[in-house]
Design a protein around this ligand. Structure first.
Ligand SMILES: O=C(O)C(=O)C[C@]1(C(=O)O)C=C[C@@H](O)C=C1
Length: 386
């Protein structure tokens, strides 16, 4: 019988007569749930006590703590929820439990000296998602208006940490971020991979949309879709995808390219979902700070290199990685402002700067390089998961 079939008069006579006093289930459940909630609160209290006692010992460590908490959460999940059995109706949603535990972890950590984390806002931008993925939703979140402002707040000490997009699988490097590493001494202390699903969000139906706004990177990740489906719409670049959602909420005929949560926040309809050109659209974010992160055995080291403008200089630098048997995970050239055909190179290899092969490579590079900044060694993040 379908759900709708049960609606007729026969269904009513089939049902047992209502008897509110004889429903032990209804009265027992709230007690049971309240008792479980009490246990959860007690466990949270105990967890917070342990974390806060530890925090007293080194109050300046935030990123390292969250990094270790995230790793421990992943291990607990692997142990307790080894595989999602979709046939099992009682199966706990692994990603949901992970978010929940991460929230608890950031809640327990709260209260130390300046724990603010800057990110490109407003809230519900992809940077916000990446920030809460690393620091948990109870972190002291500090939305700012640009990637530059994220760097500035960390350098000035207004925020302990910052989260910035660094590269995207469809569109490549995030130029605003790389430019900031050239001018600021800020370290990379962690990384986050975030799957990016863009939506066309508006108060108007697609045929009434005259203007589409978003951050340049988001527009670029959807450029084929936009050319095919909205060929005459005016494309307007704005500071972030959430800012685009805010603008679209104020003007009919305007759409934003943004995440679903940003659209919900501003009361927009999802005109089209998943409009990114590549179904595998992942952005890697860097967690900025001034902490030294201990080696975990699964680390990466990122550096900024400038070599002499002469034949073979870059090849010689690359040979150093080869000779130390170091696997490269990222290499990106970045023009040096004011110099013709001269470049900085962002290079990332597996290993921690305290590992002998990485330390040896750094020593050799120092002898050859015109500039070498070790941007940081940090645990390699898990591949992107929804
Ligand atoms: O505008 C946002 O929501 C951001 O967080 C920025 C940003 C970016 O610049 O790459 C982050 C992830 C996506 O790739 C698109 C936009």
């Amino acid at each position: 019988m379908t759900a709708l079939q049960g609606k007729g008069p026969t269904a009513v006579t089939d049902a047992p007569p209502p008897n509110p006093s004889a429903s032990p289930d209804r009265s027992a459940k709230p007690d049971k749930l309240a008792s479980l909630d009490r246990q959860l609160i007690e466990l949270l209290r105990q967890r917070r006590t342990v974390v806060q006692a530890d925090l007293q010992k080194s109050p300046a460590e935030l990123i390292g703590r969250m990094s270790r908490a995230n790793e421990a959460i992943d291990q607990v999940l692997a142990e307790m929820l080894p595989a999602t059995d979709s046939a099992d109706a009682d199966a706990l949603d692994r990603a949901g439990v992970r978010d929940w535990l991460r929230h608890a972890a950031s809640f327990c950590l709260r209260g130390g000296e300046n724990q603010r984390v800057a990110f490109l806002g407003p809230k519900y931008s992809y940077s916000y998602m990446a920030t809460t993925r690393f620091f948990g939703a109870a972190a002291a979140l500090a939305p700012v208006q640009s990637i530059e402002a994220v760097f500035e707040s960390v350098v000035a000490g207004d925020c302990r940490s910052g989260v910035v997009p660094i590269e995207n699988s469809t569109d490549g490097r995030i130029v605003d971020t790389l430019g900031m590493f050239v001018v600021h001494r800020v370290h990379i202390c962690g990384e986050v991979f975030l799957p990016i699903h863009h939506n066309l969000l508006s108060r108007s139906p697609r045929e009434a949309i005259k203007q589409v706004c978003s951050k340049p990177q988001a527009l670029s990740q959807c450029r084929h879709w936009l050319a095919r489906h909205l060929p005459t719409a005016q494309i307007v670049e704005v500071a972030s995808t959430t800012e685009a959602a805010r603008i679209a909420s104020e003007q009919p005929g305007v759409a934003a390219v943004a995440g679903r949560e940003a659209g919900r926040q501003y009361g927009l309809d999802v005109v089209d979902a998943n409009i990114e050109d590549s179904p595998y659209n992942v952005t890697r974010f860097a967690v900025l700070g001034n902490e030294t992160i201990d080696a975990t055995g699964r680390d990466k080291t990122t550096m900024l290199l400038q070599v002499a403008h002469k034949p073979g200089a870059l090849a010689d630098a690359m040979a150093i990685f080869k000779n130390n048997r170091l696997n490269l995970t990222w290499i990106e050239s970045f023009p040096i402002v004011g110099e013709n055909a001269e470049y900085f190179f962002f290079i990332e290899c597996e290993g921690h700067r305290s590992d002998p092969p990485v330390a040896a490579a750094i020593d050799s590079l120092k002898k050859q390089a015109m500039r070498l900044d070790i941007l940081g060694s940090y645990p390699a993040a898990q591949p992107a998961s929804e």
